[in-house]
Write a protein that binds this ligand. Structure first.
Ligand code: SAH
Ligand code: SF4
Length: 390
């Protein structure tokens, strides 16, 4: 019988496991703390754990870390690990150090089935969902490796923030995601605040609702287009869950969210979605997308597109990005332009590719057709701007 990987369990299910072994449930808290607060993997070293439990765990369980295939450090201090998850698949994790925080960008799937045109993971297709142990294992490895490397004093954390923005669509791997989030938030685990754990989604509407009820953490929604026609082309999931439904789900999420706004991500693609008229259309969308037709509480994060050869797309020039931001900012919508990190090691947003066995043959299906640019017709534009500008 293969050993049970304890990284698979949140504290509740670890308690169930202890019970199955004939031990008291509360022993799980001690065990959990050894694993997630001290980074221990050797049961014999867990000195305050009952000897009976230690001997039952030896041989039947393990703290199963993943094999690191490579590790790269960028000139700006960003670190990228490539983890072997078996079967020819490998996933990437990125640590982004900043003066006041350390952010870990975690993968949720080997590949991704959504197939966004501008995303390197999307171009690889989908192999499989990661398990909870594989999601938590990325944090476990990064946290304790960094503590050793940085020589942090006992109890000081290296990772203060987690963003589920690596490879994959986290809300299409919901069953494994939620226990992993619980381990991150648990005071006996990593003790991260809900505001510092962000799930980023391309818009899986029913799962946004479930996350709100099961484990409301900060939410980022990848918007990328101001209307359904363009979003259908860029984010194929939009055909299933169009913008009106997505914004309604965002409003419902805000009722329980730890932050009082949704972060909208918008990847800036040259000549595709970066025109000032599209900024105005986007503004109109959020100005009326909130409860009762009022403004939807949100912030925008404009991500300069990180190019990769197969995409056939280009990054918007900085001046265009700044002008786009101005339109939103002038209306009082907080808008930031994301600083690209780890570019020299292909660790920037959307560059994570790992190694994925494409079981969906997405590369064969992915359309190469030029993106149709859906700008408002001149008459519509004139109406929106008002007659004085027409
Ligand atoms: N699947 C989730 C989370 C992973 S992608 C989602 O789509 O939200 C994380 C972020 O990187 C998303 O906002 C995504 O749109 C963005 N992204 C993807 N490819 C990119 C690229 N080539 N350049 C810049 N950002 C990209
Ligand atoms: Fe998947 Fe997100 Fe990439 Fe789209 S942007 S293909 S949802 S990982």
């Amino acid at each position: 019988m293969s050993a049970v990987n304890l990284l698979e369990f949140d504290r509740e299910s670890l308690s169930d496991h202890c019970e199955r072994l004939g031990e008291k449930r509360f022993r799980a808290t001690q065990l959990f703390r050894w694993i997630h607060q001290k980074g221990a993997a050797d049961f014999n070293a867990m000195s305050d754990l009952a000897v009976s439990l230690r001997s039952k765990l030896n041989g039947s369980a393990e703290v199963g870390a993943m094999k690191v295939l490579s590790e790269k450090v960028a000139s700006d201090g960003t670190i990228k690990w490539l983890f072997d998850v078996g079967g020819g698949d490998a996933v990437e994790t990125v640590f982004i150090p900043e003066a006041d925080r350390g952010t870990l960008c975690i993968s949720s799937q080997a590949g991704c089935a959504v197939g966004c045109r501008f995303c390197s993971t999307g171009h690889q297709g989908f192999s499989r969902n990661l398990t909870t142990a594989e999601i938590v294992g990325q944090l476990w490895h990064a946290e304790f490796d960094l503590r050793r490397r940085l020589g942090l004093p006992a109890g000081e954390r290296a990772v203060s923030n987690v963003v589920m923005m690596g490879m994959g669509e986290p809300l299409q791997n919901y069953a494994a995601l939620v226990p992993a989030l619980r381990v991150m938030l648990d005071d006996h685990g990593y003790g991260l605040s809900r505001r510092r754990v962000t799930v980023s989604t391309s818009g899986v509407v029913p799962m946004i609702d479930r996350l709100r009820d099961d484990c409301a953490v900060a939410l980022a929604v990848s918007l990328h287009a101001p209307n359904d026609a363009l979003r259908n082309d860029l984010v194929p999931l939009n055909r299933k869950y169009p913008l009106a439904e997505l914004l309604a789900a965002c409003n419902r999420y805000l009722e329980k969210a730890p932050r009082d706004f949704i972060t909208f991500e918008y990847c800036m693609l040259d000549g595709v979605n970066d025109d000032p008229t599209q900024a105005a259309e986007l503004l109109a969308l959020v100005m009326t997308g909130g409860p009762g037709g009022r403004q939807l509480p949100c912030k925008f994060n404009l991500i300069p597109f990180n190019p990769f050869p197969e995409s056939g797309l280009k990054r918007s020039p900085l001046a265009k990005i700044v002008a786009f931001a101005r339109v939103l900012q002038n209306a009082g919508v907080v808008t930031t332009i994301r600083r690209t990190r780890g570019e020299d090691i292909d660790a920037a947003c959307g560059q994570l590719a790992g190694e994925v066995q494409d079981r969906t043959h997405v590369e064969r299906r992915m359309t190469r057709a030029p993106i149709r640019i859906h700008r408002p017709a001149p008459t519509e534009r004139a109406i929106r701007r008002g007659p004085e500008l027409a």
